[in-house]
Design a protein around this ligand. Structure first.
Ligand code: ACM
Ligand code: ZN
Length: 699
């Protein structure tokens, strides 16, 4: 009896251990591990039990070709042994994509609530084969998957990633890769930002100048805005309508909806360069600041081509004229062509960052305000969006816009994309409008992932921890209002993403964290468990030769007040096993030429832990430059040795308790009120915006 009990206990233990080791992202809703594994080999057959699953089988074979080097025979004959069976099962889930997956001795069974569900089951199977602890033995050989049963379904219906191809252009081959990345982590929306001040990227047959002129700029600023002048290099590119169709089809086959964005009324310099009559002031030269303009543009403006594609980043006054009917005719023609290319029911019209400067001075815009009995230019913006919405609705499309479309009154059926924090989304949901949450903090993936930034980025600090902790349904909403939140999206603005590898770097691993926010049940979200799975995510990215940020392993230094609020301490953490952390003190040891190990004060020897175990973070008792880094002997493998320098300036307020009478902007929240008394002065401007507080309007 005792023996039986012991065996039973042992068996339970094995199951628990197995579950803990499952390395799937996003984590499925329910997983039950069993004992043993099943080997997929080149003799395994794919059995189509459900009808119309040929495409799913073919995709599975495409993936197997990539990871194992072979394709499997596909049959409709029932075969229980050594098979991957694909089928349908009815599941009670409002959102498409639910599936059941089981693996036993004889094979794999995947049943989706529809084809989408089968597809997600296949994605899970691939991860089981690729990044579970059950590794493929060899390429062209066996893929071993653990025996288990999974019952899974998505939490949100909108699981999006955006890509700006206006600031920098990416070829179709990369767009397809991007779609593959989305599919692998169960995203279902690709928001394609196709037009910008710096380039119009989609062929419109009726207006050929849009791509002949609008897709090209004469130069680009060098470095971070305001930059170090123009690189004077012509830059551009666009997608033909055939290419767009190819991408949309590619995405469709991976159950991804492609939402096009055609920006209006702002961010329209490229369209205006192509057709100057779209501007309120066609005879007014495009303003490009003197230190940012290319020589070619200077010459062109001298020779009479006065409207230019922008060469620097920002928000520009020259926007579509809302007074002239010809503007609307143009946009309707563009919409006619674009809607034919994109089957999505959504159409994104931008609507953000559109200055009213020109509208205020433009006779046509002012006449429109008068005739339409509008209060001001904000209501003119609302008129603009509502007029476009009517047209889109007549074509069976739903308008999506950035949260500025709330200005002056929301168009009746519009969906709001909340980017300036969550306020726009909250307001829209309360007005019973559908909402996609995409707040700058934390889901703008053009922001840095690292405080020890190693490449040019923009905006604030959005580390993977913050992305993972993001909850798309704001607590300000009631349960009923929360239902208007369709989901969330990460935005990938490309001012500083010149190449596909940089996009990958900014995207990974953060998008894997967001995938879990969007897919997994809320109660399944567990940062510690995600951290446990992260190394296997990295391993998979390595295997697939995808570039990604190692910022997760960065040395992290934070300033905290002392217990008595009479000073500050420097808290230094490393997630690397056996990290040996050194701190170099000002004056005494550093800076003064070469630093030897003897010059340093060794704080600790961190073992197998993700947190720095010392009880007392380092007390900063004198001001000056400090430095911290890992000891050279730390086992870093592929990770670059991160090093942090910090100047501390002490005064009587340093570390004291502080409260703010005016809250800072959500975009620049720093580290709360303490930011003002933490002894750190911002020396790198916007590149380190986490070091200051930003305020909107009056303080
Ligand atoms: C935006 O980031 N301007 C929507
Ligand atoms: Zn105008």
């Amino acid at each position: 009896m005792k023996n039986i009990l012991l065996i039973a206990l042992l068996f339970n233990c094995l199951i628990v251990v197995g579950q803990n080791e499952l390395n799937i992202v996003p984590m499925p809703a329910e997983v039950k591990m069993a004992k043993g594994s099943f080997p997929i080999n080149s003799n395994t057959v794919i059995v189509l039990e459900g009808s119309g699953l040929e495409r799913s089988a073919s995709l599975l074979n495409d993936y197997l070709q990539q990871v194992a080097g072979y394709r499997l025979e596909t049959t409709k004959k029932n075969s229980a042994a050594n098979s991957i069976r694909l089928n349908y099962e009815r599941m009670d889930n409002d959102i498409a994509g639910a599936y059941n997956l089981s693996v036993n001795n004889s094979g794999v069974y995947i049943a989706g609530d529809n084809e989408t569900g089968v597809f997600y089951g296949i994605q899970t199977l691939l991860q089981l084969a690729e990044i579970s602890t059950y590794k493929p033995l060899k390429r062209s050989n066996t893929l071993t998957v653990p025996q288990l049963t999974i019952s899974d379904h998505p939490r949100f219906q909108y699981r999006g990633m955006h890509l700006d191809v206006g600031r920098h252009f990416f070829p179709v081959s990369f767009i397809k890769k991007y779609i593959d990345y989305l599919a692998a982590y169960k995203y279902n929306v690709f928001h394609w930002h196709l037009t910008e001040d710096q380039g119009w990227r989609i062929e419109i047959k009726k207006y050929p100048e849009l791509t002949k002129v609008g897709a090209w700029r004469n130069g680009t600023i060098i470095g971070r805005y305001p930059g170090k002048g123009s690189d004077n290099k012509p830059y551009g590119g666009f997608y033909t309508q055939e290419e767009i169709k190819e991408v949309v089809q590619y995405a469709r086959e991976r159950y991804i909806d492609v939402i096009p964005e055609i920006e209006m009324p702002g961010h329209s310099s490229a369209a205006i360069a192509a057709y100057p009559w779209l501007s309120c002031f066609p005879a007014k030269p495009t303003e490009i600041p003197a230190n940012m303009i290319s020589q070619k543009s200077i010459d062109q403006q001298k020779n009479g081509r006065i409207k230019l594609v922008q060469e620097t980043w920002g928000v520009f006054d020259d926007v579509f004229c809302a007074g002239k009917d010809s503007t609307f005719k143009f946009l309707e023609d563009v919409i006619d062509e674009v809607t034919k290319l994109f089957p999505s029911k959504y159409f994104h019209i931008g609507g953000d960052e559109s200055p009213k400067t020109h509208w205020k001075k433009c006779p046509a815009c002012q006449l429109r305000i008068k005739n339409e009995k509008l209060k001001d230019e904000h209501e003119l913006q609302s008129y603009f969006v509502q007029r476009i919405e009517k047209y889109l609705n007549s074509k069976g499309k739903i308008l999506i816009g950035w949260d500025e479309i709330l200005e002056g009154g929301l168009a009746p059926n519009a969906v709001v994309m909340s980017w300036r924090g969550e306020a726009g989304g909250i307001e829209a949901a309360k007005q019973k409008h559908q909402v996609v949450m995409t707040p700058g903090n934390p889901v703008y993936f053009d922001h840095t992932q690292s405080k020890n930034e190693d490449s040019v980025t923009i905006g604030g600090y959005n580390p993977i921890e913050n992305v993972y902790a993001y909850e798309p349904i704001p607590k300000e909403l009631s349960t009923e209002e929360g239902k208007y939140v369709l989901g969330a999206q990460a935005n990938m603005w490309a001012e500083y993403q010149e190449y596909p590898s940089k996009v990958e770097y900014m995207m990974f691993p953060r998008m894997t964290a967001l995938s879990e926010v969007l897919w997994s049940p809320k109660e399944k979200r567990d940062w510690k468990d995600f951290e446990r799975r992260l190394p296997s995510v990295f391993e998979r990215l390595d295997k697939e030769k995808i570039n990604y940020s190692r910022a997760y392993y960065d040395l992290k230094a934070t300033v905290i007040p002392t217990e008595n609020y009479d000073g500050i301490r420097w808290k230094i953490e490393s997630k690397l096993k056996n990290a040996r952390i050194l701190v170099f003190l000002p004056g005494i040891f550093w800076p003064r030429g070469n630093i030897s190990k003897e010059d340093s004060l060794e704080l600790t020897n961190v073992k197998q832990t993700t947190l720095f175990p010392y009880k007392e973070p380092f007390l900063i008792s004198t001001q000056g430059y400090y430095k911290t880094r890992l000891d050279d002997s730390t086992n870093m493998k592929d990770f670059p040795l991160s090093e942090i320098e910090q100047k501390f300036s002490l005064n009587k307020a340093t570390g004291k308790k502080i409260t703010l009478t005016t809250p800072p902007s959500k975009t620049y929240p720093g580290d709360g009120a303490f930011t003002l008394v933490n002894g750190v002065q911002n020396e790198k401007g916007l590149a380190r915006s986490s070091e200051f507080l930003g305020f909107w309007g009056q303080i």
